[in-house]
Structures are given as C-alpha cells and as structure tokens.
Write a protein that binds this ligand. Structure first.
Ligand code: ZN
Ligand code: ZN
Ligand code: ZN
Length: 580
C-alpha cells in the first residue's frame, strides 16, 4: 500500500477486565450486540507494508488471530499496566516468521517493568523452552520513526502516574488517561482521527469519562473521535445514539482509514555543494555501509533516535565510489549494494539525510582533522558522531576512534562507538557477507543483512535453457556488483515497477561466448504473471539448491528442473512469512 493510506484496526476496546466481565450478568455483559464484546485495549496500524501494534494486552493471541497478524515492525507500549502488556509472550510465533527480534518501545519506566515482569525473556541463562526474541527500546520525548512514519509519544496523566499516548500522522491514540497536560494538548492539533479513553459516565480516579473526553474533543476539534477502554456500564448502541455525529464508540474489529499521513521526507545530496548552507545541526554516522547490514542499521537507528531526541537531523556521510576503488582499485571488492540501494535502505532506517561524497584523490588526501573539522563539523554541523569500533578516516586511514574522541572534545561533538555485532557466532561485516555470497551461502547472508541479498536489473532476451521451456523465464541484464556462486537457488522475484512478487528458482551460471565466459542470471517463475511481462526486476536469493550441472539430454534436465521446483515450493511455503 504505497498510496499514502493508513489503516487502524481496533483489536480491543474494553477496559482492564474486558466485557463481558467475569461473573457479571448485567445487560451489557449479556448483550447479543457483538459491539458489546470488548477485549482488552489495543490497536494495529498498517501502512505501506508496515505494521505496528500498540499494547500487547492479555487478549493479544486472540486479537492477532482475528486480525491475521503475521509480522510486526514494532510494538509500542503506552504503559505497563497488566491489561496492556500481559500478552507479550504471545509474540513468539511472529519470531518464527520474522528474521530478527521484535522491537518493543516503551518509556524507561515501562521497559523496566517489562524486563522484571518477563525476566525469563531477558536473563541470559540458557533455556530449553522457546522464549520471545525481543529488543527493548526506551523512548524519550522524540518521535519514534518506523518505516517512513513518525510516532510521537504524548505524555498523559493516568491517576498519579505518567503514561503515553501516540500521535502518528494525522491520527492519535490516547488510551488510559485522566488528564492531558497543556504541552501534550499542543501536539494534538489538526487531527483527522483521535482515540480517547472513555471508561463510563461515573467519575474514576485514573480514567476519563465520556463527559471528560467530550470536553477534550471540543478543545481539540479532531475531524473524527473514537472512544475506547470502555467498561460494562456503556451499551454500544444506546451510548452512541447520545453522542455527537463525529464521535463514535470504538468496537473490536473496527477498521478506520486515515488519509494521507504526512510521511517522512528524505533527502540525498550528491556533493558538498548540494548541501544547503543552513544544514544541521545533526547526529552523524560516517562509513561505506555496503550492504546496510544488521550492524549498520543498529547504528543508524541510534543516530535517528539521538538526533530526534535533540531536534537535530539524522544524517549519514557515505562515499561513492567505494574508497578502495580510488585508493587501491585492484583490491576493491565487488559490492553488495549499489549506491541507490544503499540510499533506499538508509531511508528505511529512519534517517533524514544522506550525503554521498564523491570519493576523489583530493578527499582521500585530507588529514583526519581536516576531514572532521571541514566537513563533519563546519559543513554538516555534527553535534554527535556515531561510528563502528573499527571506523578509520582521513589520509592513509590514519584516524581511528581514539582520535575521533579527541577531535570531539576539540570541536564540541559527542562520540559514540559501537562494538561488532555477532550473528550465530560470526561477526557481521560487509566483508564477511561478501564472502558468504561468493560461496553461495545466501541464507546466512540473509540473516546478517536482515533481508535477502538481491540482484536488480532489466529483463533481457534470454539465450539459455529456460527460454526453451514452458515456465516463464526472465533473464537479468549484465551485473557489475557481487554475484552469488554459480548454481541453482530458491529466489523471490519482484517487479520493480509495480511491486508484483513471484516465487522463483534462479540459475546463476556461465556460458561460453566468443570472448570467453559470460555470466547469466536466469530466473524461472513458479507461477505465470498476470498481465504484462516485467521490464525491471529484483531477484532475492533465499536458499542454495545445488551446483550448476551439465545434463546429458533434455529429459534429464527437465526432470532435474521439476525436482528443483518441488524443493523450491517447499522452501517458499516454510519461509514466505519472513519476507515483507
Ligand atoms: Zn488500561
Ligand atoms: Zn457487566
Ligand atoms: Zn492503565
């Protein structure tokens, strides 16, 4: 859904004990109106292929099944009361379908309670049972960027405690609260959709009533308001009949569409001259970032959160061509990603700006101090520089992280460095991933990249085996970067123009030509394409099936292809949910 639409699904609209309430025989608890059945409060937000859940209450399993949740980009927690967190363990099946841990965002207090309540998830003792894979992230006042959408935490009073709601685009979700501080009211202007706590009519020390929330609606004037966290005092139909037309009671399963949320603007500059004079201040990371792998991404997410915490820009300084091409061309590795792919992946991590510096001999000749002072500090206004532990910079790569610390003190910026990240016993690095792909180990590379390694290009007329077969076959144009070891792979093929996706099997091989050998990447789709043949494709490498082999005759080849297709179908069935 790349059309700027966002949908909100109400997974639960009930108060902490749910409706019907255990042991109660009141008119609402025994009502046959399905809108009077209220699970514990939670919503699901979907846009552009992303999905975010707010709160994992005790009914999460049932809600996830009803909404068909298969993967989540993040869980945001409003606070740590039991009715909002006790279903967290049930994210486990999502871990099987997703390649990395699920990120769970909460305030420092909330995350502290999560870590104590679910201590078995976080203690490092080995266990025989399956536990959720969770990465906890503490938010401050700054927006949390997920995909291309910002979620701004909104502070709310909940009795004597302080909890959070979230604003995202032109929608806001404020469940449990008894008061909205003035500075939070300011952040809730111009809303299309506003969710508010409305427990019942009678006053309550920690919750808003219908009457309280009607006052909020009058003050904020959202286009539409939905009341939630409802107890068994309120019958859906009768209560709604007495409300203004733009105020409705939420109910479980309600889906709301929000128009055109203002999505994050992302800018790429291709030279220092393109950078506007008033650029910055910024939090900055510097590097080649070939592959934008798991370790790169965790630094980039940190850059975004440091920057947004302070109201700065989140920026990356990277180079094109790869410095090795200029310094020692014969040693330059074939790259995992083109500069265009790198920029797109950086955008997804929540960064605001990428400066792609042409890596020239002049740039390579700058001393470490000149490089940092003239470019990072004076030109980009860096207030914080965050880099990997092995970061080197300046002429002859003479600068290291110790020197960066020194320069930080001299020129007034913070420095954070990050240790290497381990993936099943191997340190993640671009070099290691290149090695894996060259060896055909595409599944291990997928794990380190947190997405499958892919080749992109135009579809060209084929000369190979597939063009004589009946299966739809797509030949990829010549590749300049890294290519997996010759052989046959389970792949997924994506039409770069309209996003259509197909299960596929791909043969990477060499064919003799007049000049010698000629690399071919030939993809067999496992289903036919509806409509026109794709012109530009991305081929994602998931699993290596076998070596390339020579066949005695067409029948032997055909039976091997059938076996490959069978194994590929099996692999796809098992892993389809891991892919976005
Ligand atoms: Zn609650
Ligand atoms: Zn009742
Ligand atoms: Zn609460």
């Amino acid at each position: 859904m790349a059309d700027g639409r966002l949908t909100i699904t109400v997974l639960g609209s009930g108060t902490s004990v749910g409706v019907p309430t255990i042991g109660c025989h009141c008119a609402v608890c025994t009502s046959i109106d399905p809108r009077d059945k209220r699970l514990r409060p939670s919503i699901l937000i979907c846009w552009d292929g992303h999905s975010v859940l707010i709160d994992t209450g005790p009914d999460f399993r049932q809600q996830a099944l009803a909404a068909g949740i298969e993967r989540l980009d993040a869980v945001l927690l409003t606070h740590a009361h039991a009715d909002h967190i006790m279903g967290l363990d049930d994210v486990r099946p999502l871990n099987f379908h997703m390649s990395g841990p699920i990120r769970v965002y909460g305030s420092a207090d909330t995350i502290d309670i999560i870590r104590r309540t679910f201590h078995y998830i976080f203690d490092t003792r080995p266990t025989e049972s399956s536990i959720p894979k969770i990465e906890t992230c503490v938010f401050g006042g700054a927006p949390i960027r997920i995909g291309n959408l910002d979620f701004e935490p909104i502070r709310l009073a909940h009795g004597h405690g302080m909890v959070h709601g979230f604003r995202f685009g032109s929608a806001a979700y404020l469940t449990d609260h008894s008061g909205i501080p003035p500075e939070s009211m300011e952040k809730l202007r111009d809303l299309d959709v506003l969710f508010l706590d409305a427990l019942r009519h009678r006053p309550h020390p920690t919750h808003s009533t219908i009457e309280d929330s009607l006052v909020t609606v009058t003050a904020l004037k959202p286009r539409r308001a939905f009341f939630t966290h409802i107890c068994h005092d309120l019958a859906h139909e009768a209560t709604e009949a007495a409300l203004p037309a733009n105020v409705r009671l939420a109910y479980d399963g309600l889906v709301i569409e929000v128009d055109n949320p203002p999505l994050h603007k992302f800018r790429v500059f291709r030279s220092l001259q393109e950078v506007p004079a008033d650029f910055g201040p910024c939090a900055l990371t510097i590097g080649n970032f070939d592959g934008v792998h798991a370790a790169h991404r965790s630094i980039m997410r940190r850059v975004a959160s440091v920057a947004h915490e302070h109201g700065w820009q989140a920026a990356v300084l990277t180079f094109d061509p790869h410095p090795a091409m200029v310094v020692a061309q014969e040693k330059a590795p074939p790259l995992l990603t083109s500069i265009e792919q790198r920029c797109e992946l950086m955008r997804e991590t929540g960064l605001d700006e990428v400066l792609v510096l042409p890596f020239t001999k002049e740039l390579a000749a700058l001393s470490p101090e000149q490089f940092i002072r003239d470019i990072a500090v004076e030109r980009l206004g860096a207030r914080a520089v965050l880099v990997g532990h092995n970061f080197r910079f300046g002429r002859g790569a003479a600068g290291d992280t110790a020197m960066l610390q020194e320069l930080g003190q001299r020129y007034g910026f913070e420095v954070e460095t990050y240790p290497a990240v381990d993936c099943r016993g191997t340190l993640i690095s671009s070099t290691q991933i290149r090695r894996l792909i060259s060896a055909g180990e595409v599944t291990d590379a997928w794990r380190m990249l947190q997405r499958p390694f892919a080749l992109e290009g135009e579809v060209v007329p084929g000369e190979g085996i597939g063009s004589r077969q009946t299966v739809p076959t797509l030949n990829l144009s010549e590749q300049t970067g890294l290519v997996p070891l010759a052989g046959v792979y389970v792949t997924r093929t994506v039409d770069l123009d309209d996003g259509r996706k197909w299960r596929s099997v791909t043969n990477v091989g060499f064919r003799p030509t007049f000049e010698g050998q000629h690399l071919t990447v030939e993809t067999f789709l496992l289903s036919t394409f509806d409509g026109r043949a794709p012109a530009r494709i991305r081929v994602e490498f998931l699993y290596r099936l076998r070596d390339e082999r020579h066949f005695e005759n067409a029948a032997a080849l055909k039976s091997q292809i059938l076996r490959d297709v069978g194994r590929a179908q099996q692999f796809h069935r098992r892993t389809t949910k891991m892919l976005r």
